[in-house]
Unconditional design. Structure first.
Length: 218
């Protein structure tokens, strides 16, 4: 019985992987908005109903790695040793999150992924929704890591600030990749920006005094 269940799970995994691979191949070749779920099912050799057995929406076909990446983000916090800086752990995690842990060999796929989002309003809306989910997951992990002595607001603010920092770094990465810069060079260029952004998170923004002269006011 156990062997039978194992074979069934392997079959389900292969089917899911085949559907996901077919979807991304079509999205990258034709553009996300031009591809239908029926197109994906046809290429994968399954029915449309089978596709929806594995993926709730068309957007989920594209953002297939959301749950593993959310888990990795929470794990970066939870696996941080007692007494160590959680912010340092998040700094080390940020580039992995932006590239889904892909290597230089996957650079073309990373570029295609970012280009597809830029070209689709539906994907941009879904990306924003995913960020809300990630904020909740990260807030919970931070609250657990910081302990009962921390104010609940601290975890919420920290999660929001991390995602804002990730957004700044991610926008720079996307701009460089879509501008034609190779992935290794783009990641290398992001290192000083990442250090600066997380330094600002550690030290705070300060009072942010407006510059100008008295003549600027009536």
């Amino acid at each position: 019985m156990t062997e039978h269940l194992g074979l069934r799970e392997q079959h389900k995994r292969r089917t899911r992987d085949a559907i996901g691979a077919a979807a991304m191949s079509l999205f990258f070749e034709h553009g996300y908005d031009s591809v239908t779920v029926a197109d994906v099912a046809r290429l994968a050799g399954v029915s449309v109903a089978t596709v929806f057995n594995y993926f709730d929406t068309k957007e989920d076909l594209f953002f297939d790695e959301v749950e593993p990446l959310q888990a990795a983000l929470a794990a970066a916090v939870r696996n941080c040793p007692p007494g160590a800086s959680v912010l340092r752990a998040l700094q080390e995690q940020v580039v992995y999150q932006l590239t889904a842990g892909r290597s230089d060999a996957d650079a073309e796929e990373v570029v295609s992924f970012h280009a597809a989002i830029v070209d689709s309003a539906d994907l941009q809306r879904r990306e924003q929704h995913i960020q809300l989910l990630r904020r909740q997951v990260l807030t919970e992990a931070l609250a657990e890591a910081l302990g009962t002595g921390a104010q609940p607001l601290t975890a919420e603010l920290a999660a929001a600030q991390y995602l804002a920092a990730e957004g700044v770094i991610g926008a720079e990465l996307r701009s460089r990749l879509l501008g034609g810069q190779p992935l290794p060079a783009a990641l290398a260029a992001l290192r000083p920006l990442t250090v600066e952004v997380f330094t600002r998170l550690r030290t705070g923004l300060g009072p942010m005094v407006k510059v100008g002269t008295r003549d600027d006011h009536p």
